[in-house]
Design a protein around this ligand. Structure first.
Ligand SMILES: [Cu+2]
Length: 419
């Protein structure tokens, strides 16, 4: 039975989020019981236009459904090829584990959906490795949408070159399979400071057109990287204009929305629309609000056992130090000193407000296991993606207030005040 989040928890989550529908090892306190996250995908069966989903690990419950399904496909997500931090030093190995589980299904799925973050740093070699693992296993039909990690450098140009042939706009598209209409949306580009995932008007216009000719009884499957429902806005887990997209789909009898990004399974049902999020093939993230930030979780037990799903493993949030609690959030006094350091830690700029004297040099250092950028809202300065340990420096000469944000995680905002 699905478990509901206790109502005393964060109000923005309400009591609609249901955990562990698939008994895949996440209980409602966020502990990973059997580490099914590793190498896990979501198996979706469609029978009579209704989609059911199962964790790959859950073969007992899946088997009868597979037998009577019209067809089956598999969603994998968040492979983060190139990631090599403590939370998982072998993301290729865990992707291969997921692939093995897919290959072990009674019949091979006709295609896979990959809901983004194929790579960790948008590097060609990372995409190469992903392609080698998937095509090496015989998966020639994979439908992709980009995650924010796939479009770090060039607003997704390189990604679309490789994976976006025949797509529209920033890479959105649709296709039909066995009477089901699949729609791949892109919500990781042109993110606004202080905002969440973003679809944009051109994409919404295209979507309206795309579904206009479809009868109400056509089953719809939408897939996109960042959740199209508000899971936890404090961590950027939602999409600003998703309601407009969902309004266009309300008339359909069966709509399924598949997302990644949050590295854990959640499900919500709202009218005719069912929302699912998939686990990552690379590393787990904490459940909403259960840690200082949404970064990779290091699992505190033998990883191999964990991969095999044998042992109960609790996680500890040790990917990055929590010492930032001691750093004042409020403005400190402006100093004459010309050199200031701002730490990027737990998805925050610290301090968030920094007064400096004119002529000061500010250096940002990324202490997270996830890349971030430093970009001024008015375009005055903009860093490349900063991987762990990378820094970016800018000299402030003119008095004024400089608001900036991370263009990858736009909920991260902060200000430099030059006196
Ligand atoms: Cu960021």
């Amino acid at each position: 039975m699905p478990e509901r989040i206790d109502s005393h928890e964060n109000g923005s989550r309400q009591d609609l989020i249901e955990h562990d529908l698939h008994h895949d090892g996440i209980d409602r306190r966020g502990f990973l019981k059997c580490m099914a996250w590793a190498g896990t995908g979501l198996v979706c069966t469609l029978s009579g236009g209704i989609l059911h989903s199962y964790a790959l690990a859950d073969s007992a419950r899946m088997k009868p459904a597979l037998a009577k399904a019209d067809f089956t496909f598999v969603q994998i997500s968040d492979s983060h090829i190139g990631f090599s931090k403590e939370a998982n030093k072998d993301v290729v190995g865990t992707l291969q584990a997921a692939v093995s589980k897919i290959l072990a299904l009674p019949s091979p799925p006709p295609f896979l959906l990959h809901t983004g973050d194929l790579s960790h740093l948008s590097k060609p070699a990372e995409f190469d490795t992903l392609d080698q693992v998937l095509s090496g296993a015989g998966f020639d039909h994979v439908h992709y949408v980009p995650g924010e990690h796939d479009v770090l450098v060039d607003n997704g140009v390189y990604y679309r070159d490789r994976y976006g042939k025949g797509t529209k706009g920033d890479g959105w598209y649709s296709f039909d399979y066995n009477g089901v209409h699949f729609i791949g949306l892109v919500n990781v580009l042109n993110l606004k400071a202080g905002g969440l995932g973003f679809l944009g008007q051109s994409q919404l216009d295209w979507l309206a057109q795309d579904v206009a000719q479809l009868g109400n009884s056509t089953p719809i499957v939408v897939f996109a990287h960042i959740p199209l429902w508000t899971v936890y806005p404090e961590w950027g887990w939602g999409t600003d204009d998703s309601a407009q997209a969902l309004t266009l789909l309300k008339r359909f009898g069966s709509v399924t929305v598949l997302n990644g990004h949050i590295h854990q399974t959640m499900q919500k049902i709202e009218g005719n629309i069912t929302f699912h999020t998939a686990m990552s093939t690379a590393f787990p993230q904490p459940s909403p609000g259960a840690a200082a930030g949404p970064g990779p979780l290091k699992v505190s037990d033998d990883r191999l056992q964990a991969l095999l799903g044998i042992t109960r493993v609790n996680y500890s949030v040790s990917a990055s130090p929590l010492a930032v609690i001691d750093t004042p959030l409020q403005a400190t006094t402006a100093q004459a000193s010309a050199s200031i350091t701002i730490n990027i830690d737990n998805f925050m700029f610290m301090p968030m407000t920094q007064p400096v004297a004119a002529g000061s040099i500010v250096t940002w250092i990324n202490k997270d296991d996830i890349p971030h950028t430093v970009r001024s809202i008015d375009g005055k300065f903009s860093s490349p993606p900063l991987d762990t340990g990378d820094h970016f420096t800018y000299r402030f000469t003119t008095p004024g207030t400089y608001a900036y944000y991370c263009s990858i995680h736009p909920t991260m905002t902060a200000t430099i005040v030059v006196k």
